[in-house]
Design a binder for this molecule. Structure first.
Ligand SMILES: Cc1ncc(COP(=O)(O)O)c(C=O)c1O
Length: 434
């Protein structure tokens, strides 16, 4: 049979000699066939073998307006003709800062950096400095970047993770400083009682509770009604801060992120991905009295590329588009994604395949499972991984490009035609399974 991915395979083979595993981020190596791309526009990408795909990976999130949105292209083109970096102040910094303040409820102040991993480090340093405490409560399955202090209990093996109600803090990588786990208290998403117990036992030492407000990095699991509110109340009662990692939900779930969509305002929040519309940019936003610890120099923070003009020009254009018409682009992307979730469930049911979708329209996951309840990381461990692999590969062959964990990101560039094409592809893949 003809190999549809021949050129990608050849390029990967060559790249292996200069790059570990042939890739720039090992997460990408997990894709059923790591593809090389040569072009993209709107919601579609083309690989080096000439195969075209509807893109639901969207560069792992940033492309909220799709590839090469005219407003972003124009803003970057104009900025590219000006100095690329000053390492000093320029107007776009406060223009984008004001835009974020106008959109995001918790944004008393905003600072920019380059990657989500850095933004989380800044937020947690601020939380520790503000409270004078050391410990951070973090939930199993949540991803807050690859750096030592937070790569704890991200995707622990069940055998190492301890009881579900009282998880152990498990390091995520060889070479990580072993005592990173000592600063993190792991908890189970959507289980309040164990978090209450952690606060009862060690409340005076806890600086912050950090969470993805929707657990996008492990199955796109929504918070159960009242859970985020209860976390906010608990943290406040004990003098700890609530930190939302909105690096996926920000400028995706709504123009004001999950905090606006779900009505729970954290003390601090991190943003990235969609914010830069495809260029590297992240931010911390939060209450002024916490953020201003940076102004007084009490909390160290830096970054050569912080606030760089090209990324901020792209963000200015992206946020302008997203804010327009009271957020109509994101409302439509979320509506379309919701239709896709329902259509995929119906297609699976028609084929007799146990499959569920979880999440919200613009970021959701498929689960091949019989489980009625999917509330936490552990609940997803029984998903049928082999069936997911067949689904991903089948969809890829049908021209649908997904993330390797079965996640779909929907952008403002997706339309009804893409949804219908995707549902036809899924029906064909499911028919081969049945
Ligand atoms: C919720 C969340 N936090 C933090 C990060 C880290 O961001 P970056 O990859 O830009 O360092 C990610 C990246 O996927 C993320 O999804």
């Amino acid at each position: 049979m003809e190999d549809r991915y021949r050129n990608s395979r050849a390029m990967l083979e060559r790249a292996r000699a200069s790059l570990p595993g042939g890739v720039s981020s090992p997460f990408r190596a997990k894709f059923p066939v790591p593809l090389y791309f040569q072009d993209a526009g709107g919601a579609r990408v083309r690989d080096v073998d000439g195969n075209e795909y509807i893109d639901y990976a969207l560069a792992w999130g940033p492309l909220i307006l799709g590839h090469r949105h005219p407003a972003v292209v124009e803003a970057v083109r104009r900025q590219a003709e000006k100095p690329h970096i000053y390492g000093a102040e320029h107007e776009l910094e406060y223009l984008v800062g004001e835009q974020v303040q106008a959109m995001v409820p918790c944004a008393g102040r905003v600072v920019f950096t380059s990657s989500g991993s850095e933004a989380v480090q800044a937020a947690l340093r601020l939380a520790r400095a503000f409270t004078g405490r050391r410990l951070v409560v973090k939930f199993e399955g949540h991803y807050h970047g690859w750096l030592d202090s937070v790569l704890v209990s991200y995707h622990p093996k069940e055998a190492e993770a301890g009881p579900a109600g009282r998880p152990r803090s498990v390091l995520g990588s060889a070479g990580q400083v072993p005592n990173a786990a000592e600063n993190v208290l792991a908890a189970s998403w959507n289980s309040l009682e164990p978090v209450e117990q952690l606060f009862e036992a060690r409340g005076g030492e806890i600086a912050a509770v950090i969470a993805e407000p929707v657990l996008c990095n492990s199955g796109s699991l929504m918070p159960e009604p009242g859970f985020l509110e209860a976390l906010a109340k608990l943290a406040r009662a004990h003098g700890a801060l609530l930190v939302f990692d909105e690096i996926i939900t920000g400028f995706r779930m709504s123009p004001g992120g999950a905090q606006a969509a779900l009505g729970v305002v954290p003390d601090l929040a991190t943003f990235g991905k969609a914010m830069g519309g495809g260029l590297p940019l992240s931010a911390v936003a939060g209450r002024a009295e916490i953020m201003d610890l940076l102004a007084r120099g009490q909390v160290a923070f830096g970054g050569t590329f912080n606030g760089n003009p090209l990324s901020l020009a792209a963000a200015n254009a992206t946020l302008g588009e997203l804010a327009r018409g009271d957020g109509e682009l994101l409302r439509e992307a979320n509506r379309l994604g919701q239709a896709l979730m329902e259509g995929l469930e119906q297609a699976a049911e028609a084929a007799g395949i146990p499959m569920r979708t979880t999440g919200f329209g613009a970021a959701f996951s498929v689960h091949f499972t019989q489980r009625a309840v999917l509330a936490s990381y552990r609940d997803c461990l029984q998903d049928d991984a082999a069936r997911l692999q067949r689904f991903l590969r089948g969809m890829l062959d049908e021209g649908i490009y997904l993330l390797p964990d079965g996640r779909f990101y929907v952008s403002a560039a997706h339309g009804r035609a893409e949804v219908e094409e995707t549902l036809r592809a899924a029906a064909a893949v499911f028919a081969r399974e049945a």
